[in-house]
Design a protein around this ligand. Structure first.
Ligand SMILES: [Zn+2]
Ligand SMILES: [Zn+2]
Length: 401
């Protein structure tokens, strides 16, 4: 039976698991209820299961019997499990029962689809010419859960390094339901945080010459960062710097002692990222010095660029066309400015990150609320398709050796 038909047969139970996870969202690295649901779904399957120490991850290894004399290659499939600090406004019958927590990025679908793929592939264990690592990961949304799992050995869980790693991500807008999208090279940006504190000397607002006002210098820094982006970086290797938070002072007639702002920096190459980390703090400090002030500028590396291996992206594209038919996959023209901690896996293992449209058919993908919105909807119709693609990628890649 084709993999897609087997996935369609599992659609009901995959949706049931998804709804249960959706109803009880958990945020961060510690997701005990979600972990319990995953362990329950995997119960009875021929998997070697281990759980995380620093986080509530689940690593499951399926060892195929079809490799004969050699153990065969290893493929890693990843699904993230965490929710966001958002209060759900979808009105779904299975909407979050927990105020302030919602699966607004669709990770409930990823978890359920990966569990479905584990079941589907377990049924084919006898013919499987290698091993599959199922990586159920907490803490994607800013907690670097993937890095924690790598530190705890997920990449070596099957005894040898995977030859390839794949992740799926659903999207509530942009793509029609069931459409896959990937590209070779950069798929998502690197995301880093810039924290700046400008130290001045407070005083009376009517006598600024007797004080050292941090606000004009801090404003100059905000504008200078934008000038730096356009003057110091290649337009064909884009960089985004956005100051998202700016705080200084208390009232109109007082000069405060300090000003503070936070910015996010997005980039698509190691060269641009290194240049940002080098140039941003220098620019900030030198502007402060020019005004007789001092400034602390901290450039904190968060997630690296998510880079799809060209051969693996081509392999995934071909697998989508062959398994789902023409018109179901697209090569994304541009990367996304969002970031992903699957980037840490792709730094060590060649692979591909693939988007899957889950916009409900009665919504316009162009205007539907985006991932992270309190009104984002992800259609259950995507579940069987995502499950099938996870399984197809593993089966086809293991067959390549
Ligand atoms: Zn997200
Ligand atoms: Zn996400």
């Amino acid at each position: 039976m084709p993999v897609r038909d087997e996935a369609a047969k599992l659609a009901g139970e995959i949706a049931e698991l998804r709804h249960a996870i959706h109803r009880e969202p958990e945020i961060g690295l510690d997701l005990p209820k979600t972990q319990a649901k995953v362990l329950d779904a995997l119960d009875g399957l021929p998997l070697e299961i281990s759980t995380g120490r620093a986080l509530s991850s689940v690593t499951a290894v399926l060892r195929g019997d079809g490799a004969h004399s050699r153990p065969g290659p290893v493929v890693l499939l990843r699904g993230d499990m965490d929710a966001l600090p958002v209060t759900e406004e979808t009105g779904l019958p299975y909407a979050s029962a927990i105020p302030g927590a919602m699966h607004a990025c669709g990770h409930d679908l990823h978890t359920a689809m990966l569990a479905g793929a584990a079941k589907l592939l377990s049924a084919r264990q006898a013919d499987l010419p290698g091993s599959v690592i199922f990586m159920f990961q907490p803490g994607e949304e800013g907690y670097a859960g993937a890095r924690h799992m790598i530190n705890e050995g997920v990449l070596d869980a099957a005894g040898q390094r995977p030859v390839a790693a794949y992740a799926l991500h659903v999207t509530s807008n942009k793509l029609p339901c069931g459409m896959f999208s990937t590209r070779p090279g950069p798929m998502l940006a690197a995301a880093d945080q810039i924290t700046v504190t400008v130290h001045g000397r407070g005083g009376h607002a009517s006598q600024p010459h007797r004080a050292a006002d941090p606000i004009p210098a801090a404003c100059e820094m905000v504008l200078a960062l934008q000038t730096m982006v356009t003057r110091k970086f290649d337009v064909f290797d884009p960089v985004v710097v956005t100051v998202g938070s700016f705080h200084a002072g208390t009232t109109d007639n007082v000069i405060g002692d300090s000003a503070r702002f936070l910015a996010t920096a997005r980039s698509y190459s190691a060269a641009s990222r290194t240049a940002l980390a080098d140039q941003v703090p220098r620019l900030i400090r030198d502007i402060a010095t020019a005004h007789g002030l001092t400034a602390d500028a901290e450039y904190a590396a968060e997630y690296p660029v998510t880079v799809n291996d060209a051969a693996e992206a081509a392999f995934a594209t071909a697998a989508i066309a062959d398994a789902f038919g023409p018109g179901r996959g697209e090569i994304a023209e541009f990367p996304i400015t969002g970031a992903e901690d699957f980037s840490f896996v792709l730094e060590q293992v060649p692979g591909a990150f693939v988007f899957l449209g889950a916009c409900p058919p009665d919504r316009d993908p162009e205007s539907a609320p985006t991932n992270h919105s309190a009104r984002a909807l992800f259609d259950d119709a995507a579940l069987a398709e995502g499950t099938a693609l996870y399984a197809e990628l593993a089966l086809r890649r293991l067959a390549l050796g």
